[in-house]
Design a protein around this ligand. Structure first.
Ligand code: NAP
Length: 242
């Protein structure tokens, strides 16, 4: 059976991706790091709509923890494989570089960029062996154009975008596609303290995006219909970068 793993699936964009992939018929593995209550709520919603979901707690920034969790999952599912990997887990620790604390740099790089490495290296081999796989990473407009106050976050997301392009070339012949999506402003816990009234004036569409809109794009890139799309970064930002 083909499973889908969504890192940071307990809240926001990741939760919407879990629900959308479950609607497509995937059994979904909901990863989270601290909010078990939120992860359980996503699982309950999926199951009440007739889907299948399970929780898998691990910190994507921690190589040993990620390896142990994924090895454990593989050992308990000998006939299954994770065919769709969505690298979505993330945090923001904004601040000007000149005053940035060490932890704010390293935590952001570790979760986004090293997190991509920890999950993807592990799961790309089974995908290549089975000759079907999808890796979709949630990057950001910040990783394309750079945003002041986000040198850590822009560097991490820019790194994920570059890694996506390189890995896509390594596995294209194995029918594994590797893409990224780059949202602008999306209404989630991560953006709840931002001033939407001021910011929406800078967005041509005049509003923040929804987690469900990003999830639909991720679902499409994860589908058979997107078999010829690889190494791409698809922007979803209401025209913000046009
Ligand atoms: P969110 O609502 O704050 O949710 C973050 C998710 O990531 C939670 O499920 C959280 O798990 C998980 N997480 C955080 N650190 C983790 C770790 N070390 N290991 C495993 N899981 C971890 O954020 P969001 O807005 O949905 O963001 C999702 C992704 O979209 C992020 O990569 C973000 O950078 C990107 N993005 C967001 C926006 C936006 O405007 N919201 C724009 C562009 C890109 P717990 O619930 O257990 O804490």
């Amino acid at each position: 059976m083909k499973y889908a793993l969504v890192t940071g699936g307990s809240r926001g964009i990741g939760a919407a991706i879990c629900k959308a992939l479950a609607k497509e018929g995937y059994p979904v593995i909901i990863n989270y790091v601290s909010r078990e209550d939120a992860a359980l709520e996503v699982k309950r919603e999926i199951e009440s709509s007739g889907g299948c979901a399970e929780l898998l707690k691990f910190n994507v920034a921690d190589l040993k923890e990620t390896d142990a969790a994924l090895d454990g999952w593989m050992a308990s599912h000998p006939d299954d494989y994770i065919a769709v990997l969505v690298n979505n887990a993330g945090i923001r620790r904004d601040g000007l570089l000149m005053w940035m604390e060490d932890a704010d740099w390293y935590d952001v790089i570790n979760i986004h960029l090293n997190g991509f490495f920890h999950t993807t290296r592990k799961l790309i081999t089974p995908m290549a062996k089975k000759k079907w796989g999808r890796v979709v990473s949630v990057a950001s407009l910040s990783g394309i154009k750079g945003m002041p106050g986000q040198t850590n976050y822009s560097a991490a997301k820019g790194g994920v975008i570059a890694a996506t392009k390189a890995l896509a070339l390594e596995v294209a012949k194995r029918k594994v596609t590797v893409n990224a999506v780059a949202p602008g402003f999306v209404e989630t816990d991560m953006t709840k303290e931002l001033d939407q009234n001021t910011l929406r004036e800078t967005i041509p569409a005049g509003r923040f995006g929804t987690a469900e809109e990003v999830a639909d794009l991720v679902c499409f890139l994860s589908s058979d219909k997107a078999s010829y799309i690889t190494g791409q970064v698809v922007e979803i930002n209401g025209g913000l970068n046009t």
